[in-house]
Design a protein. Sequence first.
Length: 275
Amino acid sequence: MEQLLTSLGVSNAADLNLGSLTLAGVLGAVVTLIICLITIKIVMSIFRKLLTRPSIDERVRGYALGGIRTVLWIIAILIVADSLGIPVTSLVAMLSVFTLAVSLAVQSVLSNIAGGIVILLNKPFKEGDYVDTPNGAGTVAKMTLSYTYLDTPDNLRVVIPNSALSAGKVVNYTALGKRRVDHTITASYDASVEDVRRACLEAVARTAKVMADPAPVVLVASYGESSISYYVRMWCDCADYWDVYFESLENIRACFAESSVEMTYNHLNVHIVEK
């Protein structure tokens, strides 16, 4: 090695120049890079342990670790470049300008990503939940960092930007596990309240998938001009809501007929006057 350096006119390995670089500078940069790699590994290990809490969504954990890794690599590249004598100030300025240009070009995308992070952290809903949003209602089929996909009951797929979901009202019908089915039924004044209540409770008892606890109730809602309105309320699992809703309506009509309870409706009387 020394003979080779001597033949090149270099008396000391540290004096070897590669353009503006020296062998000593290159070796120092390699050592710096190794230290940076070890530091990145240690820091990533620490953050990985901090982000393993059950309350943190797996996707949020992946995005966070990816972002931290990117930042650490950028810092490592700048440190190594500085050790090689490359002007880091200009690199930072160029990186800042590039970042600003990209952020302005994809402002809406970044807004959706920010909304996705908010949704993943707060967890207002999860995949499989039935939700009602300002942009449509349906079952959450898939959630990404930018968009949420809803499948509607009539088999349509609605794609909603996460920025709209994070800023608007979202009603989750599935989160609590059970729902209350409400009906407003009218009956004639000629029928006693107890007869109407008995007929309604019998209709509820004939309806499958109704919960016994909380117990169904029938309440007087209001007194109208020609009828009394009643609230009929029962509970069921979220998945059984529409089955219970429609079946109970059919059973109420049948039980009213069996109990001779008149279900009132508006009448129009036409009087013909002969002159």
